[in-house]
Design a protein around this ligand. Structure first.
Ligand code: IPD
Ligand code: CA
Ligand code: CA
Length: 260
């Protein structure tokens, strides 16, 4: 199964790499883009993944959720990092997860620009291009955090900046790639130590969340268990110490603010 999902992700990545002239539209808010390629890649994956496991519903960013109550669900972001993609920044990835009633069973994130394939099968470890990955053991002082500022819902930007400032004063540095999937993969592979985003959809984090738990890290929402059916905040870290620190600071910065 995992090899077939990886192959589908690779072909989706080729579609991204070959794309040159395409239309871009805004959806919802001015900063939220969708291109013809997002739609074409999702259409391709919907078809291909349906062949790989027909007994699963399909939740993708660019189409309606076919929810017929099946135990298994494909959770797909055809291009995570669309704003990077439409600007030609070469920092985007394809994200595919297959969930069941126990969480994420398979996850694949493919970055075609550097031919980097992350994948995991629950209970069997997480891999980056066939090398087993593990979160780093860096302490807070030597940690890098990836943190986003809630680009599509700017009312959450002030508490995000507050949190960024608080963590910055305690850790090494801050990064912002513009693809939550890649940022979470970086954490799973020991390249960064903490991640926070106030508002993410399941397709942004589903696959990469499996890499984090399989690689020995911690991931949940700020104020609830990890789930894959609604928009939630995501906190992740390499160690329990960093996780509790980030969670505590986030809860204080977002006190009284509901994520919707
Ligand atoms: C976005 C990226 C970005 C994150 C946004 C996501 P998209 O996904 O993951 O890093 O900050 O919240 O929506 O729209 O490029 O698929
Ligand atoms: Ca996304
Ligand atoms: Ca997307």
């Amino acid at each position: 199964m995992i090899e077939k999902i990886k192959q589908a992700a690779r072909e989706a990545g080729q579609m991204m790499m070959k794309a040159h002239d395409f239309n871009v539209h805004s959806k919802g808010s001015a900063a939220n883009y969708v291109s013809d390629i997002d739609i074409a890649v999702e259409k391709f994956l919907r078809q291909r993944l349906g062949e790989i496991c027909p007994d699963a519903d399909f939740m993708g960013e660019e189409s309606d959720f076919t929810n017929s109550g099946k135990d298994k669900v494909w959770i797909v972001d055809p291009i995570d990092g669309t704003a990077n993609f439409v600007r030609g920044m070469n920092m985007s990835a394809v994200s595919i997860a297959l969930s069941d009633s126990d969480g994420i069973l398979y996850g694949v994130v493919y970055d075609p620009y550097i031919d980097r394939m992350f994948y995991a099968h629950r209970g069997h470890g997480a891999y980056m291009n066939d090398e087993k990955i593990h979160v780093s053991d860096r302490d807070t002082e030597h940690s890098i955090i990836s943190i986003a500022m809630s680009v599509y819902k700017k009312e959450y930007a002030p508490p995000c900046f507050k949190l960024a400032e608080r963590i910055m004063m305690q850790c090494e540095d801050i990064r912002r790639v513009g693809s939550a999937a890649i940022e979470l993969c970086n954490l799973a592979a020991g390249k960064i130590e903490m991640f926070f985003e106030a508002r993410l959809y399941p397709w942004d984090y589903a696959a990469a969340s499996l890499f984090i738990t399989e690689a020995g890290g911690y991931i949940s929402s700020m104020d609830q268990e990890l789930s894959f059916n609604s928009v939630i905040s995501i906190i992740a870290a390499n160690t329990k110490e960093n996780f509790e620190l980030l969670k505590g600071e986030a809860l204080e910065c977002f006190d009284g603010i509901e994520i919707i």
